[in-house]
Design a protein around this ligand. Structure first.
Ligand SMILES: [Zn+2]
Ligand SMILES: [Zn+2]
Length: 201
């Protein structure tokens, strides 16, 4: 079971200084009953250079646009990474290893402490992506138990570039188009546009 917390300030919109209220794509209100959504931020230094909230319906639609190739590549990569991480944890803990079945103490800080793939501490990451899963006006806290991503989570720039290599041109084009449609030309913050990868939806 996952816990929930009120939406932490780090996941507020930098722009409005309030929690995200609407889906970037369909504009549906996010605080409605049972609305599940993702908030995504790209951070450089201490600054958020890209942010958005997207509802699960729109995210699913976007996922359908991925090429078959991309979906398979991503899935295999993510599974491999998570398996490596789990194996390392087993090795590190020797005989004491226990699969944490109920990680009740998982917090926002735990999720944001280090890269989900390589465990590089956030304080060492100049650029990183931050993602969380939300239900209405609360964040879902989920450790993933080494089997899936946690919520929230971060991904460092290096791991993000690795992931980028798995994305087909077709998928990248549709993501670029999505960004173009929803964001007016970046106001001079990122010369080469947000290098977000749509893997999290
Ligand atoms: Zn939507
Ligand atoms: Zn990493």
């Amino acid at each position: 079971m996952s816990d929930r917390d009120p939406i932490p300030r780090t996941f507020y919109s930098e722009y409005t200084e309030l929690p995200f209220a609407r889906c970037i794509d369909c504009d549906c209100p996010l605080f409605e009953e049972e609305t599940l959504y993702t908030v995504l931020k790209h951070v450089v230094g201490k600054e958020t250079v890209f942010e958005m909230a997207i509802c699960m319906t729109c995210a699913a639609k976007m996922r359908q646009q991925y090429s078959e190739e991309t979906s398979q590549n991503l899935q295999a990569y993510i599974e491999q990474k998570l398996r490596e991480k789990l194996l390392k944890e087993i090795e590190d803990s020797g005989d004491d290893f226990e699969l944490e079945e109920e990680d009740e103490t998982f917090t926002v800080e735990d999720g944001l402490a280090s890269c989900s793939f390589c465990e590089k501490p956030r304080s060492d990451c100049h650029r990183y992506e931050m993602v969380g899963l939300f239900l209405e006006n609360e964040i879902i806290l989920e450790s993933g138990n080494g089997m899936s991503f946690s919520s929230p989570m971060i991904l460092c720039q290096e791991c993000n570039s690795e992931v980028s290599k798995l994305i087909s041109k077709k998928t990248r084009d549709s993501w670029d188009r999505f960004v173009e449609e929803h964001f007016d030309g970046p106001p001079g913050i990122e010369v080469d546009g947000p290098k977000m990868e749509p893997i999290f939806f």
